[in-house]
Design a protein around this ligand. Structure first.
Ligand code: CA
Length: 221
């Protein structure tokens, strides 16, 4: 027995999925469609999606923002976890989000999702300016260009309710964040983000080794 987080080899991960993953057919179908598309590694792991869905249900989250939609798996899994409410889904790619829209419609949750194409920082500022979005969102998922994570975070924190959460994807970056010889710009951005969040007294955090690493941040009262 160890007090460290267990290492998952392929067999153990397969086992974990076999006794815990209950993935809806439409989600599975979206995952299969996406696997042959460019950038398919951007898709979140299905167990990660299920974990996020559970958080949404526990919280009763109804106002969500997703930064980085791609083909819409995380959006779909979140929308299916909500009974009512709205997800504002931000992305700049009309091709991948067209796939997303098709699956959202098939799943019958497209009316819960407001997909906005363009620069995400501009879209977030518009939510503050035009819609008086300050301190009104329950849940924000950040999974876009890593070098802007810190900028998304600062605006996201303004949009987030007290006790709301922000989830950052890819915070362990395939392990590269712990390899100080790795000076790639994305690695540096994620390492800096992780250090910044750790020191930030406005929030509490937990870093979870699900998928490529998730940090969950709760905005303090
Ligand atoms: Ca990701």
């Amino acid at each position: 027995m160890s007090n460290q987080t267990i290492q998952l080899n392929d067999d153990l991960y397969d086992y974990l999925l076999s006794v815990s993953l209950k993935e809806d057919e439409i989600l599975k179908s979206l995952r299969m469609t996406t696997s042959s598309m460019p950038g398919s590694r951007m898709q979140i792991a299905p167990d990660q999606g299920q974990f996020m869905a559970m958080l949404i249900k526990i919280m009763g989250a109804e106002k969500l923002i997703e930064i980085g939609t791609y083909t819409g798996y995380s959006t779909l899994v979140c929308a299916m976890a909500m009974k009512k409410g709205q997800i504002i889904a931000l992305d700049r790619d009309p091709i991948s989000t067209a796939v997303a829209r098709d699956f959202w419609k098939q799943a019958g949750v497209d009316d819960l999702i407001d997909c906005r194409l363009g620069d995400a920082l501009e879209s977030l500022n518009k939510i503050i300016d035009d819609e008086d979005g300050l301190s009104s969102f329950d849940f924000i998922f950040i999974d876009a260009d890593k070098r802007n994570y810190k900028n998304y975070y600062e605006i996201g924190l303004k949009l987030l309710k007290q006790n709301g959460i922000i989830i950052f994807d890819n915070v362990l970056w395939s392990g590269a964040v712990a390899d100080l010889n790795d000076q790639d710009k994305n690695t540096l951005a994620l390492r800096e983000l992780n250090e910044t969040l750790y020191k930030d007294n406005r929030i509490e955090l937990s870093m979870i080794p699900v998928g490529d690493g998730l940090t969950i941040v709760r905005k303090k009262e």
